[in-house]
Write a protein that binds this ligand. Structure first.
Ligand SMILES: Cc1cc2nc3c(=O)[nH]c(=O)nc-3n(C[C@H](O)[C@H](O)[C@H](O)COP(=O)(O)O)c2cc1C
Length: 187
């Protein structure tokens, strides 16, 4: 099965997650390609697509949004999963869960309207002190905030394995490409 894992990353942590997801899926599914969204001309040669973007200012990076818009018609014909990479696990403990939930809701309400998704997950990436202005850094740490590589590989693996299992099942049965053309993949 030919699967695309596409990503938009400013500082590399989303790319790292995309490469990890692609490598793990490839063990079970075979041909899984990992590419920057800017490298992709068309998704028509892929049977399933996973797209991830870093979050900046409560939204996906522009290249990832453009990828969705430009390929909406083709994406809507195949199963698509999305992941967003932010910094909710850097927040003071009390706000982490709520922060992640609110951000997930906001992203889903403002984006992804053109393409039905099989699933969307928000992960934390790498958030370094240098990314925050110095006066705020001290306050952030004092109130329980933290910096560093906050990627939860166990959660990423669990999400990847869930997608892999769905794709493996569908390729055994009617086949991903066997979906009737007028039926959205997320239906
Ligand atoms: C300018 C800027 C804005 C950001 N805005 C958000 C945001 O709104 N929500 C969030 O959760 N994280 C935000 N972050 C944190 C990044 O999403 C996080 O560091 C992520 O790991 C970056 O992924 P990347 O390494 O692939 O670029 C922001 C980071 C930067 C540099």
């Amino acid at each position: 099965m030919r699967v695309l894992v596409a990503y938009a990353s400013a500082l590399g942590s989303t790319r790292g997650i995309a490469e990890h997801v692609a490598g793990r899926m490839a063990v079970a599914l075979g041909e899984v390609e990992c590419r920057s969204v800017e490298e992709i001309k068309s998704v028509s040669g892929y049977e399933a697509v996973v797209v991830g973007s870093a979050i900046h200012n409560q939204a996906w990076l522009d290249p990832a949004l453009l990828f969705f818009t430009h390929n909406a018609h083709e994406l809507a014909k195949r199963p698509v999963w999305a992941f967003s990479v932010g910094m909710s696990d850097a927040l003071p403990r009390l706000f982490r869960k709520r922060g992640a939930e609110l951000q997930q809701k906001r992203l889903e309400q403002s984006q992804f309207r053109e393409v039905p998704l099989r699933g969307h997950k928000v992960f934390s990436g790498v958030y370094e002190a240098a990314q925050m202005p110095t006066p705020l850094r001290v306050l952030f740490r004092l109130t329980g905030g933290r910096f560093g590589d906050l990627r939860d590989w166990a959660a990423i693996d669990a999400w990847t394995d869930d997608i892999t299992a769905q794709l493996a099942t569908s390729s055994e049965g009617v086949g991903v490409q066997g979906l009737p053309p007028d039926r959205p993949a997320g239906a």
